[in-house]
Structure formats: C-alpha cells, structure tokens
Design a protein around this ligand. Structure first.
Ligand SMILES: Cc1ncc(COP(=O)(O)O)c(C=O)c1O
Length: 634
C-alpha cells in the first residue's frame, strides 16, 4: 500500500492505529489485541451485512475500540497517580448524554467494572436509566442537571441500595429542595456543589466555561451554600466539588489553569469546614479529529497521557501546597471514550463530475465563441493557467447570456457547457502535474469540485457537522491501492442545500475537497465517516423524515475474527410518520380510497391498483433511506 494514500486521508495522523488499509485496497479495522494481524475489511463487513438484509447507511460500533479507549483513560490516570505518588485513586464516570444508547452504556459499565468506573446523569431520564444498570461497588453515580423533588428523592433513597449516588447542587434553589427532601426522608445524602470557574477555555464550547456559563454557583452562592448546609446540620454531606472545564478543550494550558482554579475552590471549601473528598473536573478531554495535534477547534495539542499527567500533577501540587489530603479524582470524559468506536458507513449513489475528459467539437453553424472556447486547450500551458481559466469562464458567461436573449438555442448552449467542462478538465490535469500551482487558480478550481451524493442524512447522523462545523475524518472504504483522481464535496440525500460536507480532514490539514475515485459501472462504492461515537446519535433530527439508520455492534472474537454481536434496525417509514403524528394505518386506508377513485374513474386498472397498493405498503414498512431495488422489499 503506497504511503501517500495513507497520508492523503491523514490516516496516519487521526486513526491512532485503529484503521488501516489492506493489500487489496480495502480499509479495515485493526484488532487492538492483535495489531499485526491483517485488518478486518470494512467493505467485506458491509457485504456480509447486506446479505443479512442490513443495508447501508449503517452505523457500526466496534466493542474493542470502546474498550481500548476506556482502558487507556483509566490506565493513563493510574500511571500518572503512581509516577506522582498521588495518594488517592481515579474514579471516572461516563456522561450518559454523550451516548445514551443501551449497547454503549452497558459495555461501558462492563468494560469499566475493573476500574470501578461510574456514570454521570444530567437529567431525570438519564438517572432513571443509570439506576437500572448494576454499577460496581464504589463506582460513582454523579447526578448533575436541574433536579426536581422526585429526582432528588431517587438520588437520596438509591444510596440505601449501595448505589454511590452523589447529588450535585447546581443552583441555590436546588439546595433548598435537597435540604427539605433530606429532612422529610430523615436521610443524609451525599452532596456535591458545582462551582463556576472564572477562567474561560478556548474552543467550540467556550461558553460552557467561565462565570457567564449557565450552570453552577457563583463564588458568593458557594459560600452561602456552605452556611446553609451548616445551618441545616448537613455540611458533612458535602463531599464533592464539581467544575466542568468545557468540552473538546483544545489547549492543555487552559486545562491546567482551570484545574488549578478548581483546586483553589476545593482547598478553600475544606478550610470552611466542608469535608470534600472528591474533585470532579467534568469533561474537556478532547479528541484529535484532524490529527494535527494543535490547539484548534477540531484538534488538541496534548495526548490522553499528557492530560492525565497534567491533571494529577496540578492537583497534587495545589493540595500539597495547601496541606490538604489528595482528593479522589473524577473526570466526566465522554467524547474521548466513545468517539472512535462508532463510524457511519454509507454508499455513494451518484456523482456529478464538473469536468469532462472527452473533447467535444462545436458544430458547423455554432456561434464562433464555441470554437474560441474549444481552442483554449491549444494555448493552455503552466504559465497561462489563470488566463485559460479566465477565458473559459468568460466564453461560458457570454454564451449563457446569448441563450437567455434567444440568440443561440438549447443544443448549442448544452455543447458550450460540455466544451467548458473539457477545458476545466485539461486545466485540472495540468495543475495536478505541476509542482507549485498558483493559489488563485486552485481556489477558482475549487468551484468546480465534483459532487458525490451519499446515502445518509447529515441532520440525522452528523448533526454537529451541520450545526457547528465539526470536522470528522472521511475516507473511501475500497480502492485505496489506486490514486483517487477526483476531488469532491459530499452531498446527502435530504433536499436541503445545507445537507453537504465541504471540509475534509486530509493529510496536509483541512481541505475543501475529498480525494475520491471515479465511480465504475455497476460498482457499490462506500465511504466511511469516522469518529462519530460522541453526541451524534441522539442529537440528530428527522429532517425530510430520514430516520435512525441501521446500527450494528461488531467485535473481534477469540480467534480475531470480526463478528456481528448486536443489531438494531433503523426506523421504517411508518415509524417516522408516527413520530410526526400520522397514523400509518389511517394513511394506508386514506390512500386506498384515493386509489379506488382512480379505478372508478377508469384512470387505473385493477392490476395497476394492486401494484400501487403493494408498493405503498412495502414502502411504509421499509427503510427511510435510498434502497437499492434488489433490497427494496426486505
Ligand atoms: C457536565 C458535563 N460533564 C461532562 C461532559 C462531557 O464532556 P466531554 O465532551 O468533554 O467528554 C459534558 C458535556 O459537555 C458536561 O456538560
């Protein structure tokens, strides 16, 4: 496999050894237990799923990748704790909001058991879900978010069942409800306080940090809370301090400074008499989506090991200086644990090429500007690239104007468009062959990128790509032993012009076109959209009524073979209709009456009626995405 292909897609930078090409050009999953074994081919997986009736788009979760990242985080903390002679353990929790799916949560609980890894609930539904999972003894269940009396009662009484539930007070009003409920139940809860750090972090989620963040208590409110709890004889319940540093924090320096400030609050609260033993630093540990290893919105300038080492060192230094015991460390790292384990695999349905390899000659009576445009290729040279592009654009514009004024007919303007595409093709060809093509030409050519239509909905499967310009790595799943000749943007199958991806993670940084192969007749061509395990699944919406995709969980068995372990079928058309308040059965009946009218009027014969009704019925029970005809009926 040529190295430059791996570099084209930045695989060597973002894949962290989890994805690698095979000799036959397929992209594969690397078994973390046997990294030197041949990777498991993703196209082969898709064909095996197809044979079982599970069609693309499909979200693939890899159990081994989830386990690997969860273990890496815990082991990194354990190492940092040992190296720094830190006197307390790490007890991480997974924030359920980052991926609530049962398959994911259950595996996190299972893989986290040896580390006494817990869960974080940010709402009552998440708490109810978390209470039903059998967390190991000593694992924490941290309750953040706005809490009503019912939420608080659940949190207090659950402790009686050995569940280590900590209610984190998020506002002064919540403290009153907690005190009232605890008194009513005659129980002492374990409480935390969420403080607002004054330091703001950089990155996409800067607003969730600093004193303008919408969560947590101000310094004055924290001091008041201590007094309120003391007055209620409940200060001994305050065992945890929580400060959420932000999400996807790009710069290690920001993390260090925020941790340092959190420690100042912690030591001061202990001085005021709060018997804190847990320091919860929330989220923030980022993922290097672009693999650039720099402090930018989609990258981070530190590794997981560095994050853990810096956190442990900073806390130890602060505590030692204040002569306080080392707290049990908690982080609520979600993204870093789950991002790598899920990928969306989709097929390309069609391509619109914005250049044309075959030359086309003007016809005898065509306007002279068609021949002028066709003649550009005769003087095209590396020095005259810009001029050639200007000329082509000029002639195309003039010819379109002549068409609008009725001077040339539709066939001529169609030929003109083809000649233009050929000239662009020749210019692109020349640009690809020279070493340092002019930047302006490159930029102008980017307006002539191809459009590849992929079978997925950006709004359903990649909401952060749409809403906050999140970058995620994308690569073809086959033919990686061939140099990709096309440069394309990806468009989804919604009818929304926002439904496209036009920024890509590439070897040399971020680019505005994805290197991709020309489609071949009869071939299924797949792409993978990687690192989508965090936040994307439940944030997605039903734009154009494209529903949940099929989801499978795969894992390597003891022999290192990839096997299908779990499957959730995507939404059917009937299901998404029900979400938006249609009753599918009523729709079917109503349509039947409309069709019957056609038969009565004689516009539809009985056999057409049967076929129409059968197609409607099949479509109602079918997948919401593009179905290839051989798959349409199951
Ligand atoms: C309170 C809290 N904890 C943890 C997280 C997860 O953070 P991350 O995305 O850095 O994993 C979030 C997400 O923003 C959060 O709000």
């Amino acid at each position: 496999m040529p190295d430059h292909i791996i570099r084209t897609y930045g695989l060597d930078r973002w894949s962290k050894g989890m994805f690698a090409p095979l000799e036959n050009g397929d992209l594969g999953l690397v078994n973390p237990a046997w990294p030197d074994a041949p990777p498991a081919s993703l196209p082969a997986l898709l064909h095996a799923l197809d044979a079982r009736g599970i069609h693309s788009p499909v979200l693939v979760r890899v159990g081994a990748f989830l386990k690997r990242e969860l273990e890496r985080l815990n082991n990194s903390f354990a190492r940092a704790i040992a190296v720094n002679e830190y006197n307390a353990p790490y007890r991480g929790v997974f924030p359920i909001k980052v991926n609530q799916q049962a398959e994911v949560i259950d595996r996190i609980v299972e893989y986290g058991r040896p580390f006494r890894f817990g869960l974080e609930a940010g709402s009552k539904p998440e708490l109810i879900l978390a209470l039903s999972r059998d967390l190991p003894k000593d694992a924490l269940l941290i309750c953040n978010g706005i809490k009503d009396a019912e939420f608080i009662r659940l949190g207090i009484l659950a402790r009686k069942t050995r569940i280590n539930c900590v209610l984190v007070i998020e506002s002064p009003g919540e403290a009153d409800t907690v005190i009232a409920e605890a008194k009513r139940l005659g129980e002492k809860p374990a409480l935390g306080v969420r403080i607002k750090l004054t330091r703001r972090v950089t990155g996409n989620w800067a607003d969730s940090s600093g004193d303008r963040s919408t969560f947590g208590l101000t310094t004055k409110e924290v001091v008041d809370l201590v007094e309120k709890l003391r007055a209620a004889d409940m200060l001994d319940c305050l065992v945890l301090q929580h400060a959420h540093l932000g999400s996807q924090v790009p710069n290690m320096r920001d993390i260090r400074q925020a941790v340092d400030e959190a420690c100042r609050f912690y030591t001061e609260l202990r001085r005021l008499g709060a018997p804190l033993t847990y320091l919860d630093l929330g989220g923030g540990l980022g993922v290097d989506y672009t693999g650039e290893a720099r402090a930018s919105e989609n990258s981070i300038n530190y590794t997981m090991d560095e994050y853990c080492a810096n956190v442990v060192e900073t806390v130890k230094y602060s505590m030692d200086e204040a002569e306080q015991p080392h707290p049990i460390l908690i982080t609520e790292s979600g993204r870093a644990i789950v991002a790598y384990s899920s990928m969306l695999l989709s097929d390309i349905l069609e391509a619109s090429y914005f250049d044309r390899a075959a030359p086309i000659a003007p016809e005898e009576d065509d306007h002279h500007m068609l021949s002028d445009m066709a003649a550009i290729v005769e003087y095209l040279s590396p020095r005259r690239l810009q001029e050639s592009l200007n000329d082509a654009e000029y002639y195309r514009e003039e010819l379109r104007a002549l068409f609008r004024r009725g001077v040339i007919d539709i066939e001529q303007v169609a030929r003109a468009e083809q000649i233009f595409l050929h000239v662009v093709h020749r210019i692109k060809d020349m640009v690809a062959q020279i070493e340092d093509p002019p930047q302006e030409v490159l930029e102008e050519l980017s307006a002539h990128r191809d459009i590849y239509r992929a079978n997925f909905s950006l709004f359903q499967s990649l909401p952060d790509v749409w809403a906050i310009d999140q970058l995620v790595p994308i690569a073809p799943l086959q033919r990686l032993n061939e140099i990709p000749q096309r440069r394309a943007v990806l468009s989804d199958i919604t009818c929304d012009s926002d439904g496209k991806i036009d920024h890509f993670v590439l070897g040399e940084g971020v680019g505005n076109a994805l290197p991709i192969h020309e489609l071949q007749e009869g071939e299924r061509y797949f792409i993978g959209i990687f690192l989508v395990g965090a936040y994307q699944e439940t944030l997605g919406d039903l734009h154009n009524l494209f529903g949940d995709t099929n989801v499978v969980t795969v894992d390597f068995n003891e022999d290192g073979v990839l096997e299908l372990q779990h499957e959730v079928e995507g939404d059917t058309v009937a299901e998404v209709m029900a979400y938006v308040e249609y009753e599918p059965k009523q729709c079917l009946d109503a349509f039947k009456r409309i069709v019957e009218r056609g038969v009565r009027d004689g516009t539809l014969n009985p056999s057409q009626r049967r076929m129409l009704m059968q197609t409607y019925r099949d479509a109602l029970g079918g997948y919401t995405y593009y179905e290839h005809e051989e798959h349409a009926n199951g």
